[in-house]
Design a protein around this ligand. Structure first.
Ligand code: COI
Length: 351
């Protein structure tokens, strides 16, 4: 694979720096281009430096683009990446929904491996930190007609990160949104496309202004059933049963969600993926049956939820950070960091 070296390397954040989420980016990136008639081509590793684009470029106008979030961890011999095959498969499904041509996963995997080997020293090792991998595809053809672009850029950025929430593994506060909608049936809710996140920002900002961490979204049609949170899938533990909304087409099929479901089923918990109304959750909280509540995501890992507000009333689970939440957090981060053996083949090691 072609490698273009940069003249000068960036200064890495000092050990112990508060990394936050997505504030620092490494020296290099992987890129690959698509041209109609030629397919994907010119995969390479090049300096991660500002790029210039014609302002008529499709992505600036109609947001024809998709992305992923993956985490990597430094090991004594190599770099451990958590379930990347799941991300590539989901990214190609998202691409298909956005009318973007499928990319060859073997080329991207090879490129990521190269990139990780070059950028290994950027990977933080303190507890709760990781290297966040952000693959993106954007349309690059300058045109204003509303049609699929004949050209795309695939790129992977790397960012050393700490916890997604400034308060770390501590209970989050969610505001149930019953005016705005995130995704509609038949829409793009289950694709990880750029516009979904843009459409969520207004409600997110209103929630933050009232002291909440994120929005808890309801279904768009009846504003009755719980769907997901701004950057996480959501789980409830009601009277010993672990419930998460079923993937009905408007919910992101999270990889941490899938991993948690597998762990819970293996451990013999009563688990269900089904439609769950916000009223059912509120009722359970009123009756003291809402044992715990948590969100899952690549960036958020497993985050406890300590409170949600619905129509002006605050509800709290019995445990702000419950036992199941803590167990799942420990198991997922343990497998990622290597302190718990990877018996399920979730880790891909790049040596
Ligand atoms: C992730 O968890 O990786 C996400 O993509 C969510 C968010 C940071 C947009």
């Amino acid at each position: 694979m072609q490698f273009i070296e940069r003249a000068e390397l960036k200064k890495k954040p000092e050990r112990g720096t508060e990394l936050g989420f997505g504030r620092y980016f490494t020296d290099y990136m992987f890129t690959m281009r698509y041209t109609r008639g030629q397919g994907w081509h010119d995969a390479r590793i090049e300096p991660n430096v500002p790029q210039s684009f014609d302002l008529a470029t499709g992505i600036f106008h109609y947001a024809q683009g998709v992305f992923e979030g993956i985490k990597a961890f430094r090991r004594e011999h190599g770099v451990a990446v958590f379930r990347p095959d799941e991300n590539w498969a989901r990214m190609n499904r998202s691409a298909d929904r956005m009318c973007i041509p499928a990319f060859p996963t073997d080329v991207v995997e090879e490129g990521l491996g190269e990139l990780l080997r070059i950028e290994r020293d950027w990977i933080p090792t303190e507890a709760g930190t990781a290297l966040y991998i952000r693959p993106v595809i954007v349309s690059t053809h300058p045109m204003l007609g509303v049609h699929a672009s004949p050209e795309y850029l695939f790129f992977i950025l790397l960012s050393p990160v700490g916890s997604y929430y400034a308060h770390g593994f501590a209970p989050t506060k969610l505001l149930v949104e019953d005016v705005y909608a995130r995704a509609v049936p038949g829409g793009t809710g289950e694709a990880k496309c750029l516009g979904n996140y843009a459409a969520s920002m207004k409600a997110g900002a209103l929630a933050e202004a009232q002291g909440f961490d994120q929005t808890l979204w309801l279904d768009a049609t009846e504003k009755k059933y719980v769907e997901e949170v701004g950057s996480m899938n959501i789980f409830f533990v009601i009277d010993g049963e672990v419930i998460t909304p079923a993937l009905v087409g408007s919910i992101l099929p999270g990889i941490t969600r899938k991993s948690c479901l597998q762990i819970l089923r293996e451990r013999g918990y009563r688990v269900s993926e089904r439609r769950i109304s916000i009223e059912e959750v509120a009722q359970a909280a009123r009756e003291g049956q809402l044992d715990e509540m948590f969100g899952t995501g690549t960036a958020a890992v497993v985050s406890p939820v300590g409170l949600f507000r619905y129509r002006g009333v605050d509800y709290t689970p019995k445990n702000a950070t419950g036992e199941i939440t803590t167990k799942l957090y420990r198991e997922i981060t343990g497998v990622q960091c290597g302190s718990i053996p990877d018996t399920r083949g979730w880790i891909k090691l790049y040596e």
